[in-house]
Ligand binder design. Structure first.
Ligand code: ATP
Ligand code: MG
Length: 495
């Protein structure tokens, strides 16, 4: 007896009742699941309604020919193993049946053993067909996965912002993406083409070094290349050897990154450092000069003069301290480490305090201050020090760059979401071209009118940083020799 793992499904199409019932019982005793059809039509109906493992079809039936039934079943389920059972086997019908897809013949009459033997052969065939089918499907799925993986990777590399070039050991192009062409300004390039002549010499030098070594290290060599002059486009090329699976050198992969912005920041940083050093040099040299004179015994300095030198040193040192404090403020704002204490603030009160602080300077120049403050001015959420910083910088400018007997107008008002502060003066004013860098660090307008006025050029850059840190805005309006107005909008509520 054949041991069935899972019951095989067998269809018997047989018009002769005795034979039909007999074979059905025989097969069921062997453990098969059997369905039986008593004529051709029913055979087609059953055989096409679900997939049978085996079908045994009588050749001659009153309604439909067995070959017709075979054809219909095979049409829907090509993997059903079909036998034609007949007493009238002829060579031609055998050939015809095989052509349509019959697996074999069962000649009638047959003994139970002969019949079972044929069925077992059929089942083996069915298993072969099914496992071949499974293998084919798996292979197709694998292939599909491989293909889609490859195209996915390809699509990713093609679309990234970094340039990618792969060269083989002969310097021939094995792979590239469009970013590489764009960065290197190459119009046309072909896979397989020797591209050594088309690449910047710095890259070629590195590639050649990699190729010239028989033993190579899996390390990346980087070079920076100025593609467009004046720091307009600077690339960093990273060249890495690509090994064969056997360990020998296959080629080199070159990735190109755009580092123009980083370079710009580097330049700005070093410019900033040199400006700071420059700003510090003058007062330090002055203080050093005064002290040298005082300690030099060979120079006879009168007591009054000596005191004057010391006083001037103190002024210079104070300006240095101011400068250092301003710089620290800027760096804290940049690093966002500046601590803030946000509270409800009445800007009107801060304004009065600052005016009091600057009273002496205002009086010295005989300046009149006109205040125009909205009655129910809302409080704003801010850090007291920040607002003091803004107002004192703007007011000190309005005094410093004002004329004798001039005036300062202060307007405090509000819109639904903003507090509006306006400080105007009747001072020296600015030309349009002088205004362009007004908020840059260390920027000071140099002309006859500003010559005697001291300052670091950091005030407005700090004001702007503070205003922007509150998501507010600052605007300037100025007329040369007439006066200047700064307008600041600060959000009333933070968030
Ligand atoms: P600091 O404020 O650090 O003491 P500063 O006043 O020179 O130095 P900023 O406040 O940043 O620096 O101003 C930059 C420059 O803008 C000034 O040197 C001056 O030339 C010009 N400026 C600023 N405010 C006015 C103004 N109200 N009228 C005319 N020019 C001004
Ligand atoms: Mg200033």
């Amino acid at each position: 007896m054949v041991v069935q793992n899972s019951k095989s499904n067998i269809l018997i199409v047989e018009d002769e009742k005795g034979l039909r019932l007999g074979t059905q019982r025989l097969l069921e005793e062997e453990g098969y699941a059997v369905s039986a059809a008593e004529n051709g039509n029913e055979g087609i109906k059953l055989g096409t309604s679900k997939e049978f493992d085996i079908a045994v079809i009588d050749l001659r039936m009153p309604d439909i020919d067995g070959l017709e039934v075979l054809k219909e079943i095979k049409n829907v389920y090509p993997n059903t193993v079909c036998f034609i059972a007949t007493a009238f086997a002829s060579y031609e019908t055998a050939i015809q049946a095989t052509r349509i897809g019959a697996y074999g013949y069962i000649p009638k009459p047959f003994t139970p053993e002969e019949f079972i033997y044929q069925i077992e052969q059929g089942i083996k065939q069915r298993e072969l067909i099914l496992s071949a089918e499974r293998l084919k499907k798996e292979r197709e799925e694998n292939l599909f996965e491989l293909a889609s993986e490859k195209s996915r990777l390809n699509a990713i590399i093609k679309s990234i912002n970094e340039g990618v070039l792969v060269l083989n050991k002969n310097g021939e192009l094995a792979y590239y993406n469009y970013a590489a062409l764009k960065y290197l300004n190459i119009r046309e390039i072909n896979i397989g083409e020797n591209v050594i002549d088309k690449l910047p010499s710095k890259i070629v030098a590195v590639v050649k070094t990699i190729f010239s070594n028989d033993t190579f290290l899996l390390k990346t060599y980087t070079v920076q290349i100025e593609i467009k002059p004046n720091n307009e486009l600077i690339l960093e090329a990273a060249c890495t050897p690509v090994p064969h699976p056997d360990g020998s050198l296959a080629g080199v992969v070159v990735t190109l990154g755009n580092i123009t912005e980083f370079k710009k920041i580097e330049v700005i940083k070093s410019q900033f450092v040199s400006m700071v050093a420059h700003e510090m040099k003058t007062p330090l040299a002055a203080v050093q000069g005064f002290l040298n004179i005082i300690v030099d015994d060979t120079i006879n300095v009168e007591k009054e003069k000596r005191k004057d030198y010391l006083k001037r040193s103190i002024v210079r040192l104070k300006s240095l301290t101011d400068l250092v404090n301003d710089l620290l403020d800027i760096s804290r704002m940049e690093l966002r480490t500046k601590h803030r204490e946000i509270e409800n603030i009445k800007v009107k009160d801060i304004l009065s305090n600052v005016l009091q602080m600057l009273e002496l300077e205002i009086k010295k120049k005989n300046i009149t201050v006109q205040k125009n403050i909205e009655e129910k001015l809302p409080a704003i959420q801010a850090d007291q020090n920040d607002i003091t910083r803004i107002i004192s910088n703007l007011l000190s400018n309005a005094i410093k760059y004002n004329k004798e007997n001039g005036s300062i107008g202060i307007k405090l008002g509000s819109s639904p979401n903003y507090l509006i502060l306006q400080i105007s003066d009747t001072g020296i004013g600015m030309k349009p071209e002088e205004r362009s860098k007004l908020f840059s660090e260390f920027y000071r307008i140099k002309n006859d009118r500003t010559r005697g006025i001291s300052g670091t050029g950091l005030g407005l850059s700090i004001v702007k940083r503070i205003v922007e840190s509150y998501h507010g805005k600052i605007e300037v309006d100025s007329q040369f020799e007439v006066g200047t107005t700064f307008t600041i909008n600060l959000p009333i509520n933070l968030n």
